[in-house]
Design a binder for this molecule. Structure first.
Ligand code: GAL
Length: 807
């Protein structure tokens, strides 16, 4: 009897599993197509042929950026503004065979982004060209590919030789991922769905969903389309079903309105993600499945109250980010993007502006899952150029295609909450701006009406701003000039506002000058030359900014107190390659970041953390290695407390509190070596204690790895922070020791950096000078399932080793 019972239960389990699996069966294949490519710099028109001798071509995996591998020179055509690295023309080739079973399938190759002017051939057949380096695009290659074990060849020409074509570093090459999508002949279009949530109450959310289904079979097809909403455990919460008949060679939009009871809302603190699974059946056989992300959330901009998200007034605490990843160049890597986002999230930032172009899909996936609002931006120029060879050359022919591809790719991400059609566009100053703004906005609205359209403007006089005069923008973005924010509602009646870009403060991590003036602007008034430091550094006291900007503190104070300003995007969250204001070459990367190029926080990170974040903050700076007798301005950022007491070598230097809207406290301290300690209090209760100590001679190296294991998948990365310390474990604040790395086992070196904006050392090397006590080693899985052994050594220091396990 017991046996029978067990058998019955087992049978039941099998039936359940079987029916669940039926639903989970995947017929669509999306294959990572980044491994085993060949690359050769220079022009190789012969590479489109099936058989060429490419033995001397380099073997590599994508994503790849050849610029970052090059040598810095002020004479490189991209100029220091573009990062001072080489550009030019390069070719990629890959030989591949296709699975026999795919012979009657639709094969699509998808490029997430190629910088720039890509041209693609498969087996000698020309597929097309794509000038804009930030657009994702795809080609149906079904009719060009061969089966029966025959070799196929894909060749990609990348031409980044017309220079300068950007105001910042772009990178060169197939710098984002490539996918091979394999579907049956009736399928949901790649980027062919659209989900949004028009009505949300506590009890129910209406989810409106549309899928564009294609029929490329030779005959008409009757298809059953099932759309299921799954929760974050992939359990079905609701579903809908439709039958459609689609003629051969045609497509149809299939629409659903579904209801989710008691919806869990997506917000930046709890980014709850549902997903929508679309199943296509023909004669009861599953022939396609397509997954669309879904976050249920509502928001609006209000002329008086700013930004209201899920019914709550919410300040947008954002940062602008360019797409490069420092030492990795623009070659995207999800772990590297994640490292940066996690650090900014910890600081309390809740929003990213993708300056000034569509980001990688991975950035949006991470913003969906980590919890960031994204202002997704399309262009830095329209028809009027900013630099000689920029996108103005392509605007006329390509803007419609680029805009459409941008929206359909990104419109299902819950993180994306605004479309920006341009940054500081020149056409704002003349009447041609009216028509172009109307056209671009109309194109956006044809594909998505659920998000406002904005543009980042500089002209804040209504009669002089023609983008504003188009009447087409839903929200006005203003860059800089925060002194005028208070008056904006008088100038632009009933408008909704966001500070789309602000600050442009300058700093070098760990470098401090002691000026008398509290704030300096670059360039100085009356066109005087900028008398900077000989070593191209900028002080980190948040007292130097580009003249069009302001200090971090002044800007945030203004935005904080004005409820009608929805929020702000700081220029920038992280230093980026290129635009090395205020210095000429050898400066070659920006000084604007809250994080330096290696991802290390500058001091102002903690100002934001004290204002925006949740953690208790007490940050004291500068370091404590000065000349006896000097007077040192000592600053502290703090929160969750009402006062801070400072001690030098145990002796109190007094208690200070932030007064009014102040964002830090400070003391002038006559220097004496030893320990400077701060304690914050709420009433009589101690909240936090911190100290900086005088470091002695550098004796050793400390290695801190971002994680203890690495996946053997040829993609995973680990970031190892290298600190030079004295015999007591105190960081030596001016240490610049030359560190040599040895990495063996399951990973290779992917990059090294130290955050110093004027370093001309290569990013792809096994050595680096520390800068102000620190440098960074980035390692990347090489696919071997082996532990990684890392040794860092330097002539005068005891060396240090760590092991990262394979998992
Ligand atoms: C802004 C511009 C940014 C960057 C910044 C530097 O005007 O939008 O792209 O150039 O200035 O301060």
């Amino acid at each position: 009897m017991k046996k029978i019972k067990t058998l019955l239960v087992l049978g039941f389990i099998i039936i359940i599993t079987y029916s669940c699996n039926q639903h989970q069966e995947k017929v669509r294949i999306t294959k990572d197509f980044t491994l085993d490519w060949q690359f050769s710099l220079g022009d190789h028109p012969e590479a489109v042929r099936d058989s060429i001798n490419s033995d001397d071509w380099r073997k590599l995996n994508l994503p790849h950026d050849w610029s970052i591998e090059g040598e810095f020179s002020e004479f490189n055509p991209a100029k220091p503004e573009g990062g001072a690295l080489p550009t030019g023309i390069g070719w990629y080739r890959k030989e591949f065979t296709l699975n026999e079973a795919w012979e009657n399938k639709v094969i699509t190759i998808v490029f997430d982004g190629v910088y720039r002017n890509s041209e693609v051939w498969v087996n000698g057949n020309y597929l097309g060209k794509r000038p804009y380096g930030y657009s994702s695009f795809k080609y149906d290659i079904s009719r060009f590919v061969k089966y029966a074990g025959q070799k196929n060849v894909i060749a990609v020409k990348v031409d980044n030789s017309e220079q300068p074509n950007s105001r910042w570093y772009t990178g060169s090459g197939i710098y984002r991922n490539v996918w091979l999508s394999v579907t049956n002949k009736a399928f949901v279009n790649y980027w062919g769905t659209f989900v949004n949530t028009p009505e949300i109450t506590q009890n129910r959310a209406t989810v409106s969903f549309k899928a564009t289904v294609n029929n490329t079979f030779e005959s008409q097809k009757k298809l059953k389309i099932i759309t299921r909403i799954l929760n974050d455990k992939l359990e079905e919460v609701t579903k809908g079903e439709e039958e459609v008949v689609i003629a051969s060679g045609k497509s149809k939009d299939v629409k659903f309105s579904l209801v989710v009871d008691k919806p869990k809302l997506w917000n930046v603190d709890h980014p709850y993600l549902y997903s929508v699974e679309t199943l296509v059946y023909s004669n009861n056989k599953l022939i396609d499945n397509y997954t669309t992300p879904l976050g249920i959330r509502s928001f609006e901009f209000n002329a008086q109250k700013g930004f209201i998200f899920n019914g709550k007034s919410t300040k947008i605490k954002g940062v602008c980010l360019h797409h490069d990843l420092g030492a990795l160049g623009s070659a995207i890597n999800k772990e590297a993007i994640k490292r940066r986002l996690v650090s900014l999230k910890r600081m309390g930032a809740n929003a990213i502006r993708t300056a000034h172009n569509p980001p990688s899909p991975e950035l949006l996936q991470l913003c969906d899952s980590i919890g960031f609002f994204v202002q997704d931006e399309l262009f830095d120029v329209w028809k009027k150029k900013k630099v000689k060879e920029d996108y103005h050359n392509n605007f006329e022919e390509w803007h419609v295609q680029d805009l459409k591809d941008w929206i359909v790719r990104d419109r299902n991400h819950p993180s994306v909450f605004m479309w920006s059609i341009g940054n500081e566009i020149r056409e704002q100053f003349d009447s041609t701006g009216i028509e172009i703004t109307q056209e671009l906005t109309k194109l956006v609205k044809e594909l998505d009406t659920s998000r406002p359209v904005t543009s980042a403007l500089t002209e804040n006089e209504p009669q002089k701003n023609f983008i504003y005069q188009s009447g087409a923008l839903d929200v006005l973005g203003f860059n800089y000039k925060h002194e005028a924010y208070e008056d904006l509602p008088n100038r632009f009646k009933n408008a909704k506002f966001i500070s789309s870009e602000s600050v442009s403060g300058l700093a070098t991590r760990g470098h401090y000058d002691f000026p008398k003036d509290s704030t300096q602007f670059w360039p100085p008034a009356h066109n005087q030359p900028f008398n900077g430091n000989e070593d191209f550094t900028v002080s980190a006291y948040d007292n130097i900014a580009a003249y069009w900007g302001a200090t971090h503190e002044d800007t945030w104070k203004t935005v904080k107190k004005l409820p009608f300003i929805a929020g702000m995007f700081v220029w920038t969250g992280a230093d980026y390659l290129g635009e090395p204001i205020p210095y000429p070459y050898p400066a070659r990367s920006s000084y604007f970041g809250i994080l330096d190029l290696a991802g290390f926080p500058k001091d102002v990170y903690y100002m934001y953390q004290s204002e925006w974040g949740n953690e208790d903050v007490l940050h004291l700076f500068p370091h404590w290695n000065w000349k006896e007798g000097d007077t040192i301005p000592v600053w502290a950022y703090y929160n969750h407390a009402d006062k801070v007491e400072l001690f030098l070598n145990g002796k109190s230097l007094g208690v200070k509190s932030k007064v009014g809207d102040e964002l830090h406290v400070s003391w002038d301290v006559p220097y004496a070596a030893g320990e400077l300690k701060a304690i914050s209090y709420k009433g009589a209760t101690k909240v936090k204690e911190t100290s900086v100590k005088t470091a002695g001679l550098a004796t050793s190296i400390k290695l801190d790895a971002s994680k203890s294991t690495i996946q053997p998948n040829q993609k995973d990365m680990v970031f190892i922070e290298v600190t030079i310390q004295d015999k007591n474990g105190i960081m030596v604040p001016d240490a610049n020791n030359h560190i040599v790395f040895e990495v063996t086992g399951g990973a290779d070196i992917a990059g090294v950096d130290n955050g110093y904006q004027a370093s001309l050392e290569p990013f792809q090397a096994n050595h680096r000078n520390a800068y102000n006590g620190k440098c960074l080693l980035i390692i990347k899985s090489n696919g071997k399932e082996e532990a990684v052994h890392i040794t860092a050594s330097s002539p005068e220091l005891s060396s240090e080793s760590i092991t990262i396990k394979s998992n």
